[in-house]
Design a protein around this ligand. Structure first.
Ligand SMILES: [Zn+2]
Length: 367
């Protein structure tokens, strides 16, 4: 067992769990939502604002930081925690997902992936070993195995991608040196229950400090995502954290928790904020709409965030129309608060044994 990482399960309610994942940079109280800081910054907010919101875990992207400013440079400047001034837990992805979704001219072989940078067109190669080496340079607390995410409905492709993901996971385990980082394996398998079962069994057998579920929320239906989570929930060890990658809509967070997920991340709250949308418990509000121009109310009367405590919808709409940067900051604060508070209330309701009432009320308010 790695002495730097320990997952303590505090309470369960059916498949939902409350726990604490101890890391070298602090405790992560699960279930948790992790804001995404793609370029070593959660867009439009400062680390101080993130702390005030109660964020604990932040995600950064290996692909982006490898290309710019370079992982060796970040290492020589003291590592990612110091570089971005986030002294709390950080998770980095493997770079695989961005290579497959952003890079041009990518060529996959059994050894790794060759691709063209989306920034300057230069050629690069990522392998399981180099992904781990980059993530060791960055120095996040939780790092991810290099995997291949296939389109969800293509059975033959998913079989190949899953086999590759498994072989690459083994190579990542061999390559990984730093004991102050927890390496998570990633379950793939598209929307195919037998592949998901097989993948979860393989990844669980690697006996890593935590396990991730990839390749969901990539175009499949909600029902299919839920079915895959249920398959994986039945296989992955209960005593280790489970991380559902790239999922962050409020209803998906609740549905994930109900199916045994502990950690979530998504660009949704920060991306929506830059597109003038506020997340609420009952849906989204577009603050650019004219309907808000004389509205003195906050986004949400019940919200305790800095934005809702001070600013009107009319002011937010004015900032948006005037193209002021503060609009993105204020909406990001509200959107992150909404997801972080939702997770806090979920944790409390699992502890109190009132999760059924909480989820019934939550789903009744969905539009
Ligand atoms: Zn608010």
């Amino acid at each position: 067992m790695n002495p730097h990482f320990n997952f303590e399960l505090k309470a369960t309610h059916n498949h939902a769990r409350v726990g604490v994942f101890h890391t070298p940079h602090g405790d992560i109280h699960t279930p948790i939502f992790a804001p995404v800081g793609t370029q070593a910054t959660v867009k439009s907010v400062t680390p101080a604002q993130l702390e005030e919101l109660g964020a604990s875990l932040v995600l950064a992207n290996t692909y982006h930081l490898y290309l710019r400013p370079g992982d060796a440079r970040i290492a020589s400047l003291g590592g990612l925690h110091r570089f971005m001034q986030w002294p709390h837990p950080i998770l980095t992805d493997s770079g695989g997902y961005q290579v497959f979704s952003l890079a041009d001219n990518r060529k996959i072989d059994e050894e790794g992936v060759t691709f063209k940078s989306h920034i300057d067109g230069s050629f690069h190669r990522l392998t399981p070993e180099s992904s781990i080496a980059i993530q060791e340079n960055l120095g996040a607390d939780i790092i991810m195995a290099f995997d291949e995410c296939a389109p969800p409905y293509d059975r033959a492709y998913n079989e190949r991608a899953m086999a590759r993901t498994h072989a690459w996971a083994e190579r990542c385990v061999k390559a990984h040196q730093r004991s102050d980082q927890a390496l998570f394996g990633i379950v793939q398998g598209g929307i195919f229950p037998d592949l998901r079962q097989q993948s979860a069994e393989f990844i669980a057998a690697l006996n890593l400090p935590g396990n991730a579920i990839g390749g969901l929320s990539v175009g499949e239906t909600k029902a299919e995502m839920h079915a895959m989570l249920e398959v994986v929930d039945g296989v992955l060890p209960k005593e280790k954290p489970r991380y559902l990658m790239g999922v962050g809509a409020p209803e998906d967070l609740v549905n994930g928790v109900l199916r045994g997920v502990d950690i979530f991340d998504c660009v949704l709250p920060t991306r929506l904020a830059r597109h003038h949308a506020a997340i609420t418990r009952s849906g989204r509000i577009n603050l650019a709409n004219a309907i808000h121009q004389d509205d003195p109310r906050p986004i949400m009367e019940s919200c305790t965030c800095y934005t809702c405590q001070r600013f009107s919808r009319a002011y937010l709409r004015h900032l948006i129309l005037a193209k002021e940067m503060l609009a993105a900051t204020l909406l990001t604060i509200h959107n992150l608060q909404t997801l972080l508070m939702l997770m806090k209330e979920i944790r409390q309701s699992i502890m109190d044994g009132t999760l059924d009432t909480f989820t019934a009320q939550f789903f009744a308010r969905q539009e």
